[in-house]
Design a protein around this ligand. Structure first.
Ligand code: ATP
Ligand code: MG
Length: 254
């Protein structure tokens, strides 16, 4: 059952996305662990003020430029991502020429199919990583968590991993991939290991990135390369932590 939330509610958007995650759980493609992860994200979002901070926007710019420059960019999709922003994933993939791959921490054929269906209903022509398509393994990872597509993540130069686990982010990094993470927790291992870390809610990050891609698609390679090379992820992560410290200080009346 889905609860109707009045639009005037002060936390309307947050509650709406929470309901989407719950719906995904009832439909069998979001896992219980995904609900916990969403709550962890909400907590960090509350601390950030539930808006895209300047540091996140800078990371989003570099990420879009990098996706446009990459030869084989891939967007990795899990249950939470499919529940929250399926249409935006498809649009960003179209604009940047990225492939879409279902990549689940808790992999079952049923969940893969359901997520691929959602993406196709939102216009995706091709969804990788489903069933036999996930035909390669990342040696460092255990069991089902290591399966990837030889047409997708396996050959990718750049992988966008929204809401990804730290072990898998580290494994992709060891394989030499350029990693773009979207993660509200600047301290998570995923956030720390990524080449570009977007500390923003995926529901704001993807629409921002779509607008940027519509603009950047007209830029030449040199301009795009300049955007990427002038970006410093370590500095951005430090600035995010300082932002949080200062915001909490202000709220505490310091
Ligand atoms: P790690 O494994 O990277 O050390 P973790 O185990 O705490 O971190 P995971 O469950 O593996 O986290 O990954 C989920 C991550 O996604 C969390 O860091 C969480 O804060 C973040 N997250 C959850 N919902 C959102 C969202 N809507 N937008 C952006 N990030 C989110
Ligand atoms: Mg984890």
């Amino acid at each position: 059952m889905v609860i109707k939330i009045p639009e005037t509610h002060p936390r309307y958007k947050s509650l709406l996305y929470r309901e989407k995650i719950v719906e995904g759980y009832h439909e069998g493609y979001v896992v219980l662990q995904g609900l916990i992860a969403h709550g962890r994200g909400e907590c960090f979002d509350y601390i950030l003020g539930e808006e895209t901070i300047e540091e996140a926007y800078e990371a989003e710019k570099a990420a879009v430029a990098k996706l446009l420059l990459s030869r084989h960019p891939v967007i990795s999709v899990n249950g939470n991502v499919a529940a929250l922003v399926p249409g935006e994933v498809v649009r960003l993939a179209e604009l940047t020429g990225a492939k879409i791959e279902v990549n689940l921490f808790y992999r079952t054929r049923e969940r893969e199919e359901k997520i691929a269906d959602i993406l196709r209903r939102h216009g995706a022509r091709e969804v990788l990583g489903v069933g036999e398509d996930a035909d390669r393994t990342i040696e460092e990872l255990g069991s089902e968590r290591r399966r990837v597509s030889s047409r997708g993540i396996y050959i990718a130069d750049t992988v966008l991993i929204p809401l990804e686990d730290g072990d898998r982010a580290e494994a992709l990094k060891r394989l030499g991939k350029f990693i773009i993470a979207i993660d509200l927790n600047p301290l998570s291992r995923t956030a720390q290991v990524a080449d570009i870390t977007i500390v923003d809610n995926i529901v704001r990050a993807l629409p921002n990135m779509i607008k940027l891609a519509e603009e950047y698609i007209n830029l030449d390679r040199t301009s795009l390369e300049n955007i990427v090379s002038s970006y410093d992820n370590k500095a951005i992560l430090s600035r995010v932590l300082r932002y949080i410290r200062d915001r909490l200080g202000e709220l505490a009346g310091e």
